[in-house]
Design a protein around this ligand. Structure first.
Ligand code: ATP
Ligand code: MG
Length: 212
């Protein structure tokens, strides 16, 4: 028997839903229970492509909308060899945003279809589990204001939320909608249980291809 592969676990949701908080908690909990797990985040601002994206998000540069969409996708593809290697070594990956954010954000702009936005990400490693942290804007108002980065406005975030709702209807992806308005601890407990199940199931399955 070879090594059982790790699971690809993604957390999605609008700004301030608690993705980063929950990714960190999950990795720690999985490690505490003796499983190998690592966190990843997209965009990965550390690469050359990631630096272009970071400068765009910080409004230090302007990029044409199609171009920036393709850069976000390229920023995921450039990590695929590493992701596959880790999964095959038995390491589960807990990922803070993935292709779903990429599609939801660009398709929230005028003139972009969901399908056009999905195309560049077709064939990425398919998550074994995607948890959508569901909150409504009023509920997260107390979590602090928006930052100064591009996209951090309530009007745009509402449009993004609607695009996520369309993506969640796709039965080819293993979506779980999590009520993220609860305490950090309660949300964590549910995420941990779902993730442990996904890890057990993924062990015996090949890595899938997203939207293919
Ligand atoms: N369940 C919760 N209840 C109350 N506050 C929370 C909860 N989860 C996270 N927070 C707080 O809300 C803020 C945003 O959380 P976090 O950074 O994890 O969100 P995020 O989804 O990663 O946001 P972004 O999309 O901007 O990166 C943080 O200050 C965090 O401590
Ligand atoms: Mg975050």
């Amino acid at each position: 028997m070879g090594v059982r592969r790790g699971a690809l676990i993604v957390l999605e949701g609008v700004d301030r839903a608690g993705k980063t908080t929950q990714c960190k908690r999950l990795v720690q909990a999985l490690r505490d229970s003796g499983k190998e797990a690592e966190m990843m985040r997209f965009p990965d601002r550390t690469t050359m492509i990631g630096q272009l994206i970071s400068s765009y998000l910080e409004k230090k540069s302007n990029l044409e909308d199609h171009t920036v969409h393709l850069l976000f996708s390229a920023n995921r593809w450039e990590q695929v060899p590493l992701m596959k290697k880790k999964l095959e070594q038995g390491i589960s990956l807990v990922v803070d945003r993935y292709a779903f954010s990429g599609v939801a954000f660009t398709s929230a702009k005028p003139g972009f279809s969901l399908e056009w936005c999905q195309n560049p990400d077709v064939g990425l490693p398919k998550p074994d589990l995607v948890m959508f942290l569901q909150v409504n804007p009023a509920e997260v108002a107390g979590r602090g204001g928006f930052g100064d980065e591009r996209y951090e406005t309530s009007v745009f975030q509402r449009a993004v939320q609607q695009k996520f709702e369309q993506l969640i209807k796709d039965p080819s992806v293993n979506w779980k909608v999590i009520d993220a308005a609860r305490s950090i601890e309660d949300v964590h407990t549910e995420i941990k249980t779902l993730s442990e199940n996904a890890i057990n199931i993924a062990e015996n399955q090949p890595i899938g291809e997203l939207w293919k």
